[in-house]
Design a protein around this ligand. Structure first.
Ligand code: FAD
Length: 462
């Protein structure tokens, strides 16, 4: 097998690329995984700030073929990276990953029925392309602040922050109200003189104690004894619970708002509840940050919280629209990343494919681009809960085509209006460019039932 007659090229060795590798290795299809960086993990290798972790239960977010058993529900970033490395090693994927190899451009030819994949280290040819290049850009989102050049302290974006640093003699401000701020602030508070969260507007935040419950522990125990179905069932139940909460919160926002007010009412007084914990948007219009230990640190005063626009910086402080002055030595921007769905150029028969606003059928195939799979995980739940079944479907399609001697599979290009499942700032900033997902309910527990059968509807084979 040479680089010229592979069945599949996979882009990226993050969660998506590793899952694709696992299913491809079992399928008998030949493949290579091309990874720009020098290690596996994707975002779980690039994000190294204090407190970086997932906010999906990891028993559900880890792969179905290798569920991660742990007394903790949410895992730190380093544990997730180590898990992915371990899966890659156990499944014999490491020799198939070409590290330090960035895919620059991929061109499909109907004449040959193949992709020509140009990389920073030469070119390859394959019948199919599976793109797991992630959806965050390498460049963080850094808002423009007035008088920032006057500030005498340090300003660092969370994505550039090394989680091993300490700030014991420094006053730290964390700017943001999303998951990054909510994970980062409690961890920073342990290594800083003081921490204040400065948020432009409040978010819904849900605090957990992170210990796996009795049912989860029981299922894990049975799994260790060789009985695997309880964990599989548990994952399905947790997914159904995520979907039910998502639908219920969107359908009954008043009840959901009441739920969150009660959740914070015993931690902060009525004024703080109104100012800092009462968002302007409806529940689950944005991802809900999950906190661990935040309540306790707010109560003890180790973390403060302020809500208002940052009007300007001074030599040693931020001045908010509320006239509050928040002194600080270090300003950590937990202002998020930009979305970037395609990190390579795609060409079909010599023409560059315009990717802005392209339709993404079932979250798997984009319009008008044959033999190309782009598994898109779930927004409101664990990424893998939708990405992994989609990868299985892609592998089934590729095997089916190989058996039947079919050359191409494609979906039609269609113009669709954007209809994102959630509407946080990073989605709204990229709305014009976002792929338009169709052919799904956006609820993995329902979609996945329908994905178990390969029915040709929507896909055109030739
Ligand atoms: C801090 C943080 C917390 C998160 N928490 C959760 C959570 O709790 N639950 C959840 O479901 N999701 C979470 N996510 C979203 C997360 O991005 C996805 O769950 C998932 O990890 C995406 O995996 P991926 O492999 O598709 O992409 P990535 O992890 O981004 O990996 C893509 C890989 O492709 C490589 N690559 C990119 N372009 C090229 C190229 N041109 N050539 C070669 N290689 C390339 C990159 O180097 C990278 O290794 C979180 C994200 C972040 C940043």
């Amino acid at each position: 097998m040479t680089d010229r007659d592979l069945d599949v090229v996979v882009v990226g060795a993050g969660m998506t690329g590793i899952a694709a590798g696992y299913y491809l290795a079992r399928s008998g299809l030949s493949f290579a995984i091309l990874e720009a960086r020098d290690e596996v993990g994707g975002v779980w290798s690039t994000q190294r700030w204090h407190g970086v972790r997932c906010d999906s239960d990891f028993i559900k977010y880890s792969f179905s073929f290798r569920p991660h058993l742990s007394p903790l529900c949410l895992q730190p970033g380093e544990a997730i990276r180590a898990y992915l490395q371990c899966v890659a090693e156990e499944c014999g994927l490491v020799p198939r990953i070409r590290f330090g190899t960035r895919v620059l451009r991929a061109s499909f030819s109907h004449t040959s029925g193949r992709w020509s994949v140009e990389t920073s280290r030469g070119s390859l040819s394959a019948r199919f392309l599976v793109n797991g290049n992630g959806y965050f850009s390498e460049e963080p989102h850094v808002p423009a602040f007035k008088d920032v050049e006057r500030f005498g302290g340090e300003i660092v974006h969370a994505s550039r922050l090394d989680g091993r640093r300490t700030f014991h003699d420094k006053k730290v401000v964390v700017v943001g109200s999303g998951s990054t701020a909510i994970c980062c602030a409690p961890a920073l508070a342990r290594v800083s003189k003081s921490v204040v969260i400065v948020q432009r507007s409040p978010s819904y935040i849900y605090e957990i104690d992170n210990r796996a419950g009795a049912l989860v522990r029981l299922c894990q125990h049975l799994y260790r004894l060789g009985l695997r179905s309880p964990v599989a069932l548990l994952r399905g139940v947790l997914q159904a619970k995520d979907d039910a909460i998502f639908v219920a919160f969107r359908r009954f926002p008043r009840a959901a708002r009441w739920f969150f007010r009660r959740h914070w009412a015993r931690t902060v007084d009525a004024r703080a509840l109104e100012r800092h914990f009462t968002p302007r948007y409806g529940p689950w219009e944005q991802r809900i940050p999950v906190a661990i230990g935040l309540k306790e640190q707010l109560r003890s005063g180790r973390i403060g919280i302020r809500t208002g626009h940052i009007e300007r910086f001074t030599e040693d402080a931020l001045v908010l629209s509320t006239r509050e002055v928040v002194e600080c030595d270090v300003c950590v921007l937990a202002t998020g990343l930009e979305l970037e769905f395609f990190k390579l150029e795609l060409h079909v028969d010599g023409d560059r494919v315009p990717l802005e606003g392209i339709n993404l059928y079932k979250g798997l195939m984009i319009g008008g681009v044959p033999n190309y799979f782009h598994p898109m995980g779930s927004w409101h739940s664990a990424w893998t809960q939708r990405a992994e079944p989609l990868i299985r479907l892609a592998v089934r399609i590729m095997r089916h085509m190989k058996r039947r001697g079919l050359r191409t599979v494609a979906v039609e290009r269609r113009a669709l209006a954007p209809a994102p499942g959630i509407t946080p700032g990073y989605v709204m900033r990229a709305l014009a460019k976002l792929p338009r997902i169709h052919g799904t309910t956006n609820l993995p527990s329902i979609d996945n039932l329908r994905l178990t059968r390969l029915h040709g509807s929507g896909f055109t084979f030739s």
